[in-house]
Design a protein around this ligand. Sequence first.
Ligand code: NDP
Length: 451
Amino acid sequence: MADKFDYDLFVVGAGSGGVRAARMAASAGVRVGIAENRDLGGTCVNVGCVPKKLFVYASKFSETFHIGNSFGWSSEAATFDWPTLRDNKNTEIARLNAIYAHLLDSSGADLFSERAVLSDANTIAVGGRNYTARYILLAVGGWPHIPEFPGSQYALSSNEMFSLERLPATAVVVGGGYIALEFAGILNGLGVSTHLIYRGQRLLKSFDSEMIDKVEQGMRAKGVKIHLNTTVERIERVNESHEVFLSDKGRLSADLVLYATGRQANTDNLGLDNTSVKTRRNGSIIVDKNFKTHEPSIFALGDVIDRVQLTPVAIQEAMVLVDYLFGRAEQTVAYHNIPTAVFSQPEFASVGMTEEQAKVSSKGVSVFVSDFRPMFQSLSGGDDRITMKLVVELASDLVLGCHMVGEHAAEIIQGMAIAMSAGATKKQFDSTIGIHPSAAEEFVTMRTSAR
Ligand code: NDP
């Protein structure tokens, strides 16, 4: 690399994608700088995947205690202490932040714990001086977006949910995507009376509609009050609480209003105007197949390019980019068949095509559905169910889509994703021996097509 630059690669943003790119490049002997003005690990570690999953675990205990009675367990009435959960979560996140710092340090990358701004196509201003870099990587992620309307200043975003002073007694959650459903489940499980307000007809609208109906039914059965085709017109503050006025003329009192209405790229005041980098109307950065922006020395990946806003995708993009810039450029990101899970309650996970998509893209499909009560519920008489679905192309016998609603859906679908990326056929699913008794074995024992 030419020595006229201070760095070969300067990464802006130390989230999942940025840290992976910096570590990989630095470990390969490349001179790397990385800047982050918040906690290391980005959204996923600090205000996303990790603390969210801890909260999901916490919220499930209410049901587990109840089911335990039918297995012979009894104890004094369980109580929940929010500060204990929040503070233990904070300790765990601090531990992860330290691990990230150690990983960066041991890779040899220089960390700047400050905000970085682009001065030109090869220059970053950070920590009161300018550094030059042959390549700059923008991995600055996204930020929750709350639309403006009367009273929108009272709405919280997911960012604030992780550090609440106290748990509310009543909550309104707005949105029908990942974050809205996950937090509705968390709040409900922790004993908060929870309303979910969604403007559309069907939650999680890009997923398989039959499966999403099951998610909705399951959430309602657990106590979340779901209002579809409904919007919030205004919020008024009343004493310590809020009045939420709905489009159907309904009105809800809520101690907390959470808006989970999408995230936008974190590109404000980044100095993009000093370069040729182009953005879309929503602020996300436009890149080509090699993550190159309109400025040949500047690259971008992860949530800021608004392709697939998932941590494992950003990590994969980072590895492919470092290989492209400094390696043998042999890898590509496989954007098809990306498995994903929504940690709603019930949990939902999916890989591949929905039934609706498969019917459009293939001449003929066979659909296999299994819906049953999990064994864990059999003694308690609980009404949780598990639904599994396989979408198979008739001509090729290829499994095109694999979907599941219910306990451990994410764990099970991860394995199904490997089978699908290996091109598994339904016949191969059928000839695989099940693990008994398990829920997952249903995926290899579905013999009769539903449609
Ligand atoms: P999503 O894009 O998933 O959902 C946003 C929701 O808000 C949609 O239901 C949308 O409605 C609704 N909405 C948007 N604008 C408005 C508005 N002005 N008024 C009312 N409703 C509105 O965003 P999230 O914030 O939930 O999550 C962001 C991304 O983060 C996800 O897409 C996902 O990629 C990632 N994520 C992944 C998780 C995981 O892997 N488990 C967990 C959390 C986040 P409509 O459907 O009508 O457009």
